[in-house]
Design a protein around this ligand. Structure first.
Ligand code: SF4
Ligand code: SF4
Length: 674
C-alpha cells in the first residue's frame, strides 16, 4: 500500500464515520416522535410496495415529463453505486476489481452498464437543469427548506459523472493495454478522442479526476443529511414503512386511546406526531406533486401539502436537537410550535381529506395524517374550530346526525315501501340477509332521499332480503372524526357497533362511501367487523346475476354521461369500475366520457373532511371547479355514487345556464326497472 492509498483509506474512514454520525443523529430525531407499531406487519406487501413504488418508480411515472428524467437518475445511481464501491476500493487496494469475483461476461455486462447509465444520468441532469432554469414549474415553487439546493445537487451529480468518465478515459490513455471497447465502451471512445494527450499528462489528468470523483462521491454522501436530497437515503425505507397502500389500511385514521392519551390530544408539535410522520418529513423530495393535485390549493386556498411536510422537517430540525441534547452551544428552543408557528389553522381547515396528495406522492408520504393529528389537537385540546361547524357537532351529539332533524324521522323515506326495520324482523323472529345502512344524507336530505329510494327499489326488484335500522341508526361519525372531534366520533361509532351486535349484523350495504369507509375500515378499531358493500358494487353484482329486471326499450333522453369519482369510494376503497360498469349495464347505448381527472386522479367535490359544514370563502369553490370539468366533457348528464358528491355537484351545475342533470347510479338503474 502506498502513502496515497493510506491517505485515501483515512479519507474514507473519516467520510463514512461522519455519515454514520449523521445517520445516528437523524434517527435520534425520529425517536422524539410518538410510537407507531403498525409498520412492521404485512412484510410481503411492504416488499411488493418497495419494489413497485421504490425500485420501479411506479408513481414517479405518473408525471410523463419529470418521471422518466427522475427515474433515469435514480436507476443510474443504483447501477453506478456498485461501480463506485469498486472505484473507491481500488483507491485503498490497488488493482481491486469485481472481475475476480464474477465470470468475465458478467463483469463486461456490469462495466458496460456503468458507462451507459453514466451517460443517461448526464442527459437526465442536463434536462433537469434546463427545465429548472428555463421553465417556472408551478408545483416546484413556494416554501423550500433549501431554495438553491436542486440546482446545486444537479450540478454536483453532473460533475460526478464527468469526473467518472474523465478518470476512466484518461486511465485508458495512460494505460493503452487496459483499453478495451468491451469494458467501458463510452470511456473507450473518449480515450480514443484524447489519444493525442501525452501519456505523462494523461496520468496527471487521470489522477486529478480520480481524486476529484472520489472526494465528490464522499462529499455528496455527507452533504445529503443537510440537504433536501436527504430523500435519496430516506425514501426507500419510507416506502417500505408506509401504510398508504395496502388492503384494509388505506386512509384509516389512527385509533386514539382517549383514556391513555388524555395528556395530549392529537399534535400541536412534532414530538406529538408519530415517528413515521417525522420520517415522511425527511423523505419529502419537495417535488410538489401533492400540491399540484390538491383541490384546495388548485382553487386558491392557502393549503399546500408540500408545505406541510416541509414544515414538519423544518420544525423537527429546530426542536429535536434541543430535545435530544445535540444542539450547538446553549441553543434554546424556538418557541414557535408546528401548529400556529409553521402551519396555520386556516391551512388545516381547508383540507377535504380527499387523499389526492397521498395518492400522488412518489415516496408514499402521508400528508393527511399530519393534518388530521393537528386538527385533533385544535378541537380536543384547544376547542378551536370554525364556528359554523358547532351546530353539526351539537346535532351529532344530541340527535345522532349532523343536521337538526328528529331522529324519529330517519326511516320516513321508506313510508309505504314495505321495508322492515331490523327491530321489526327481530320481533317476528326473522333476520335480514343484508342491513341497508342509509346514512344521514340518505335519510334526511331531499335530493339524497331519491337515491335512497331508488336503491331500495332495486333491491326489492332483485328479491334481496334487507332491512333498515330506522331511528336506531346513528351517523357513522366520519364528519366528527375528520374534523378532529374524536370523542364524538367514538361515541357514535360505539353506539352503532352495539346496535349492529344486537341484530348480529354481518353484511351491510350503503349508498354512501363515507359510511362504507367507516363501517368497513375504521369500525374494526371498536370490535365491529362487517362485510360492507357499496351500492355500486352490490347493484353491479345483482345485474351480473341477472336479478335486476330491466325494461327492454332504450329510448333514453340522455345519450352521454360523465362519471365523477367519489374520493372515499375511489382513493379510499379502490372502487372505480363498479359504478361505471353499472352504468354500462343499465344503459348499454349510452356513451361514458371521462373527465381528464378521473379514477385515482379524480378531483374532489369539496365536501369531505367536514368541509360540507364549513364556509368556502377563499378562492374558487371546489365544487364549481369540478362542475366546470364535468360540463367541459360535453356530457348530457353527470353520474355520481355518493350523496355528498351529489349535493356539491348539483348545487354548482344547477345554478348554471347550461345546467345538466346529476344522477346517482342507483337512480339510473331504477329508472330502467321493468
Ligand atoms: S387530502 Fe386533499 S385537500 Fe387535503 S391536503 Fe391532501 S390533496 Fe389537499
Ligand atoms: S409530500 Fe410527496 S408529493 Fe409532496 S412534495 Fe413531498 S415528496 Fe413530493
Amino acid at each position: 500500500m502506498t502513502a496515497s492509498n493510506g491517505l485515501f483509506a483515512l479519507v474514507i474512514v473519516v467520510a463514512v464515520g461522519f455519515f454514520s454520525y449523521n445517520v445516528q443523529r437523524l434517527v435520534g430525531y425520529l425517536r422524539i416522535g410518538r410510537l407507531d407499531d403498525s409498520r412492521w406487519d404485512h412484510v410481503p406487501r411492504r416488499v411488493a410496495n418497495l419494489i413497485e413504488i421504490g425500485i420501479f418508480q411506479k408513481k414517479i411515472f405518473r408525471d410523463s415529463v419529470a418521471g422518466p428524467m427522475h427515474a433515469a437518475i435514480f436507476w443510474g445511481f443504483c447501477v453506478l453505486s456498485v461501480g463506485t464501491i469498486e472505484f473507491l476500493a481500488g483507491g485503498v487496494v490497488p488493482g481491486f476489481s469485481f472481475a475476480r469475483f464474477m465470470p468475465q461476461w458478467a463483469y463486461r455486462f456490469y462495466m458496460g452498464n456503468q458507462d451507459l447509465w453514466g451517460a443517461l444520468v448526464i442527459a437526465a441532469v442536463a434536462f433537469a437543469l434546463f427545465r429548472r432554469l428555463t421553465h417556472r414549474v408551478r408545483r416546484l415553487q413556494g416554501a423550500e427548506t433549501h431554495a438553491n439546493d436542486p440546482l446545486f445537487i444537479l450540478s454536483w451529480i453532473g460533475v460526478l459523472m464527468v469526473t467518472m468518465f474523465l478518470a476512466e478515459s484518461f486511465h485508458m490513455v495512460s494505460h493503452p493495454e487496459a483499453a478495451t471497447p468491451f469494458y467501458r465502451p463510452l470511456s473507450f471512445v473518449l480515450a480514443r478522442a484524447f489519444a493525442v494527450v501525452p501519456v505523462a499528462a494523461a496520468e496527471v489528468i487521470h489522477s486529478i479526476s480520480w481524486w476529484a470523483h472520489s472526494l465528490l462521491v464522499l462529499g455528496f454522501l455527507n452533504y445529503l443529511p443537510y440537504s433536501k436530497h436527504l430523500h435519496v437515503v430516506a425514501s426507500l425505507p419510507n416506502v417500505y414503512l408506509s401504510n398508504t397502500s395496502g388492503p384494509g389500511q388505506v386512509g384509516v385514521m389512527t385509533y386514539m386511546d382517549l383514556e391513555g392519551d388524555a395528556e395530549q390530544f392529537g399534535a400541536n408539535d412534532v414530538d406529538h406526531l408519530s415517528w413515521k410522520s417525522l420520517l415522511d418529513g425527511f423523505a419529502c423530495t419537495e417535488c410538489g406533486r401533492c400540491t399540484a393535485v390538491c383541490p384546495a390549493n388548485i382553487t386558491g386556498k392557502m393549503l399546500s401539502p408540500r408545505k406541510i411536510m416541509i414544515n414538519v422537517r423544518e420544525r423537527l430540525e429546530a426542536k429535536a436537537p434541543v430535545l435530544v441534547g445535540t444542539a450547538a452551544g446553549s441553543a434554546e428552543l424556538d418557541a414557535r410550535t408546528l401548529l400556529d408557528g409553521y402551519i396555520t389553522e386556516q391551512e388545516l381547515w381547508a383540507c377535504t381529506t380527499c387523499r389526492a396528495c397521498v395518492q400522488e406522492c412518489p415516496v408514499s408520504i402521508d400528508q393527511l395524517s399530519v393534518i388530521l393529528e393537528l386538527r385533533r389537537n385544535l378541537v380536543l385540546g384547544e376547542s378551536r374550530f370554525p364556528e359554523e361547524v358547532m351546530p353539526a357537532f351539537e346535532s351529532m351529539e344530541q340527535r345522532g346526525s349532523p343536521w337538526a332533524f328528529d331522529p324519529g324521522d330517519r326511516g320516513q323515506w321508506a313510508d309505504g315501501m314495505n321495508i322492515p326495520t331490523m327491530a321489526e324482523l327481530a320481533e317476528r323472529g326473522e333476520r335480514a340477509d343484508v342491513l341497508y345502512f342509509v346514512g344521514c344524507m340518505g335519510s334526511f336530505d331531499d335530493r339524497a332521499k331519491k337515491t335512497t329510494v331508488a336503491f331500495a327499489k332495486i333491491m326489492q326488484a332483485a328479491g334481496v332480503k334487507f332491512a333498515i335500522l330506522g331511528r336506531e341508526e346513528k351517523c357513522n361519525g366520519d364528519p366528527a372524526r375528520r374534523m378532529g372531534n374524536e370523542y364524538l366520533y367514538q361515541t357514535l361509532a360505539r353506539e352503532n357497533v352495539e346496535t349492529f351486535a344486537r341484530y348480529d349484523v354481518r353484511t351491510i350495504v350503503t349508498a354512501c362511501p363515507h359510511c362504507m369507509h367507516q363501517l368497513g375500515n375504521e369500525y374494526p378499531q371498536f370490535g365491529g367487523n362487517y362485510d360492507v358493500i357499496h351500492h355500486s358494487t352490490f347493484i353491479e353484482h345483482l345485474m351480473a346475476q341477472g336479478r335486476v329486471p330491466l325494461r327492454q326499450e332504450l329510448h333514453e333522453a340522455v345519450s352521454t354521461f360523465t362519471y365523477h369519482d367519489s374520493c372515499y369510494l375511489g382513493r379510499y376503497n379502490q372502487v372505480y369500475d363498479a359504478p361505471r360498469e353499472t352504468l354500462r349495464r343499465a344503459l348499454p347505448v349510452v356513451n361514458l366520457v371521462e373527465m381528464p381527472r378521473s379514477r385515482d386522479r379524480g378531483l374532489c367535490c369539496g365536501a369531505g373532511g367536514g368541509r360540507m359544514w364549513m364556509e368556502e370563502s377563499e378562492g374558487k369553490r371546489i365544487n364549481a371547479a369540478r362542475a366546470d370539468e364535468a360540463l367541459a366533457t360535453g356530457a348530457q348528464a353527470v353520474a355520481v355514487a355518493c350523496p355528498f358528491c351529489m349535493t356539491m355537484l348539483n348545487d354548482s351545475i344547477s345554478s348554471r345556464d347550461a345546467a345538466i342533470p346529476v344522477y346517482d347510479i342507483a337512480e339510473v338503474v331504477a329508472g330502467r326497472l321493468a
